[in-house]
Design a protein around this ligand. Structure first.
Ligand code: M6R
Length: 368
């Protein structure tokens, strides 16, 4: 059932273009975004005045990506919180709050309890879920299914990309209901999303040097990941993949935090993966990242730079340059996450670990 791939994780990484495509399928009728599988109508979305995203692990990272897109498209405040924190505190919620509960399995204990906590306070709950008929969608007011197909590898890959995609759809549906985007703008955004499976496909074709790099740095003690804007949650996701698969110390940081502490960790030869934004669409942030890369390289870090094709300004400061297809800035996580998944898988493999079944972890965390 691994379809010729050595592991489920390899297969699931390769299935990501299809996961994104299937998650978009049927959600635009030529005029409007349709969330046909949700029981929350457009009237209810119109009165939403605040959004919470609650989730764990990779699903939480998909929520962090969503914050950038939803706030930009809708002007609604979005808070993203770990379900395990949300459920034990007293968040400010009412009937005009939309709580988006993201879960691949639909059975994660903390996320389920966060849903119950939100509903007790009469907030409306929308589940973003990959498993039909699981508990979280059953207890939510509505559900938007991701169509990644069953994910067997314990480390989330295609389900994560599908969650990111579904969260964009939630953002567009809210923008449409609230009128913060004109219908033709929503249609254009959706058309751009439809180009993403091809961009992910192209990205997958560029992964040989990343695999080689993974084999080369398998003996490192630690790896750091840096990013800004949507590149920050991508950095967190890259670090999580490496922790769970390769049992290595890995940390993701917002690059702007470097001088507030993490730069002290930089030492000779330490691999640091930097997710850089587009120099064309985000010139200011790009310049900031470039100076971060120079700073860490000057202190001896081995810089692994994830960049946009055609960006030659980073090349002189990149010990390893991974150039990815150009996509709109907010959608960059759909391509930029892929090399980090491949890198983590390859490092783990070079250390002799089973990447489908990392130690101490379960696919679905149904107990606290
Ligand atoms: O099934 P869920 O999406 O609720 O699971 C959440 C996390 O347990 C999950 O994303 C976990 O962090 C993965 N192993 C990450 O690769």
């Amino acid at each position: 059932e691994k379809g010729g791939y050595p592991t489920f994780m390899d297969k699931e990484i390769a299935e990501q273009p299809a996961a994104v495509r299937q998650t978009l399928q049927g959600h635009f009728d030529g005029l409007r975004i349709v969330l046909d599988e949700q029981r929350l109508g457009e009237d209810e979305l119109r009165t939403v005045d605040k959004v919470f995203v609650v989730a764990c692990g990779s699903a939480f990272h998909s929520g962090l990506v969503a914050k950038y897109a939803i706030e930009h498209w809708t002007r609604l405040p979005v808070e993203v919180e770990l379900a395990s924190e949300f459920r034990y505190r007293d968040p400010v919620l009412d009937r005009d709050t939309l709580v988006v509960a993201v879960s691949q399995s639909g059975e994660t204990a903390d996320t389920l309890e966060a849903v119950r906590h939100a509903r007790r306070q009469r907030a409306r709950v929308l589940a973003v879920c990959n498993t039909n008929g699981s508990q979280i969608p059953r207890e939510s007011d509505g559900v938007l299914y991701t169509h990644a197909g069953p994910e067997v590898g314990v480390a989330s890959t295609k389900a994560f990309l599908a969650q990111v995609t579904a969260n964009y759809l939630v953002g567009l549906a809210l923008a449409q209901a609230r009128g913060t985007k004109y219908p033709d703008e929503v249609a254009r955004e959706f058309a751009t999303l439809q180009e993403m499976p091809a961009a992910v496909e192209q990205t997958l074709e560029l992964m040989d040097p990343v695999r080689e790099l993974g084999r080369e740095i398998g003996g490192s003690r630690a790896v750091l990941f840096l990013g800004r804007h949507v590149g920050y949650p991508v950095a967190l996701e890259g670090a999580l993949k490496l922790k769970e698969l390769a049992y290595m110390h890995a940390e993701g940081f917002a690059a702007g935090e470097l001088k507030h502490g993490p730069i002290a960790l930089i030492e000779e030869g330490l691999p640091v993966v930097v997710v850089t934004p587009s120099p064309k669409s985000m010139p200011l942030l790009h310049a900031k990242l470039l100076s971060n890369i120079r700073e860490i390289q000057a202190r001896g870090a081995r810089t692994i730079v994830i960049s946009e094709e055609g960006d030659d300004t980073v090349a002189p400061f990149a010990d390893v340059l991974v150039s990815l297809p150009r996509v709109p800035s907010l959608l960059q996580p759909l391509v930029a996450t892929v090399p980090l998944q491949v890198l983590a898988a390859e490092i783990a493999r070079s250390r002799g670990y089973d990447i489908d079944k990392p130690r101490n972890l379960a696919k679905s965390v149904t107990v606290e």
